[in-house]
Design a protein around this ligand. Structure first.
Ligand SMILES: [Zn+2]
Length: 422
């Protein structure tokens, strides 16, 4: 009716533009930009009664959307629960299960997953399996359960607890927690229908925080940060063969002295001399590894590797004979290390090849993040890739390629070409 008052030519023009717009929208109907999930998450938390906040827990609420009305509209649809896959005991993941999980496989555990929203009901892994099957290429799945932030948010009982008894949400989920283990076991079993040749587990290690947020308390002091990340959840306390209360008390004393006395306090010496705390850490590490070995044994015919995106510095209290060196050599290889410092600071021979051979870690891979700012200087990337190939490091895994800007891909091609030339 409104259109009747407008000139005929203008009306025709408006109709054409509207039609074009609708065609354009229809063409992109399956595409949702990842930023939209920021608003979706606000909408979901609003509907769940947490208010307008992105992160739950003790984070200060921040307005991270720029489209208040859109959040409210999304909240209406969220509130109607139009998605039939949503059911009690399933949790939403923004970047989680990249395949429609067979919920029957998760009956025994208390936590049941669902496909990542972007994946929806599409079975992309099924397509991938068929595709590689025709080309005789093997599939290896990388499973990074601990990094799913929505998992501890929705299932707070999986969270590690520090020596003060507080939640440690930045640490992901505790790998000793029985439900977390059940979830990993069920997920691997579920993945078997895609006939993988192997699995790569990421960061499945005790006292290893998955958050690299520089805003974390005391992140400027890695040793103190490591102490604060040591878990005292009920499962960890049970696995320890020393009195967990004594270990926690002792840890609190070290931490307080490190804060108040600073360099005056010989933290490394004191920690090395602390038998109770060392025993507490060791027992849980042994427990975590023994469980992993049993899990790997139940998938005997498949290849396994462990990915860690940080390893314990040999200068620190957690000494080389623990952590990585404790990984059963023949089970988890190659061991990858994610290069997480500026490329220029890395001496490949000193930092990678030498420690790997000393610790008899077998073959050794390198995970290179390809997003900014690591590739800001093309020359550095070219030098690193050449140096890695010359040092005999293989395989090289370029992480984050799918999210890297086009420019980074060009530089990477250049680096690979250069390295091949020698
Ligand atoms: Zn724990």
């Amino acid at each position: 009716m409104l259109l009747l008052g407008i000139h005929r030519d203008a009306r025709a023009c408006l109709l054409i533009v509207t039609a074009l717009y609708l065609c354009h929208s229809w063409y992109f109907r399956h595409y949702i930009n990842d930023d939209a999930y920021i608003s979706f998450r606000y909408a979901k938390n609003l509907v769940d009664g947490h208010g307008l906040r992105f992160n739950l827990g003790d984070h200060v609420p921040v307005e991270g959307y720029s489209n208040f009305l859109w959040v409210l509209i999304a909240a209406v649809f969220e509130g109607l629960r139009l998605d039939p896959a949503r059911a009690p005991h399933t949790f939403v993941t923004e970047g989680g299960w990249h395949f429609p999980p067979d919920l029957g496989s998760y009956q025994s555990g208390s936590v049941r997953p669902r496909a990542a929203r972007w994946a929806g009901k599409q079975d992309l892994l099924g397509k991938l399996r068929d595709h590689v099957g025709r080309r005789d290429v093997k599939l290896v799945f990388r499973v990074d359960l601990r990094a799913l932030t929505s998992l501890p948010e929705h299932e707070p009982h999986l969270r590690p607890r520090n020596a003060w008894g507080d939640d440690n949400p930045a640490a992901g989920i505790c790998p000793l927690n029985a439900d977390a283990r059940e979830l990993l076991r069920d997920t691997l079993a579920d993945l078997l229908r895609y006939e993988p040749a192997g699995f790569q587990l990421v960061d499945w290690m005790v006292d290893l925080a998955v958050s690299r947020d520089p805003g974390r308390q005391f992140s400027w002091n890695p040793l103190l940060r490591q102490l604060l990340d040591i878990c005292f959840c009920p499962a960890c306390r049970q696995a320890a063969d020393v009195d967990p209360d004594r270990a926690a008390r002792s840890l609190r004393v070290h931490a307080e002295r490190m804060i108040t006395a600073g360099d005056e306090y010989d933290a490394i010496g004191q920690l090395n001399a602390d038998e109770t705390l060392r025993a507490y850490v060791e027992a849980r590490r042994r427990d975590a590894l023994a469980w992993l070995e049993r899990l790997a044994a139940s998938h005997e015919q498949r290849a396994w590797s462990m990915l860690m995106d940080r390893w314990f510095d040999a200068d620190h209290w957690i000494e080389p004979e623990t952590a990585f060196a404790n990984l059963p050599d023949d089970l988890f290889r190659p061991v990858f290390r994610l290069l997480s410092s500026p490329l220029g600071d890395i001496d490949l021979q000193r930092d990678f090849v030498q420690p790997a051979s000393e610790r008899q870690l077998g073959s050794f891979g390198l995970l290179l993040p390809t997003w900014y700012p690591f590739v800001r200087q093309a020359g550095e990337l070219v030098r690193t890739v050449s140096a890695a190939t010359q040092a005999g490091i293989a395989p090289l895994d370029f992480a984050g390629l799918e999210e890297a800007p086009g420019e980074a891909i060009d530089r990477l091609r250049q680096a690979v070409r250069f390295a091949r030339r020698g």
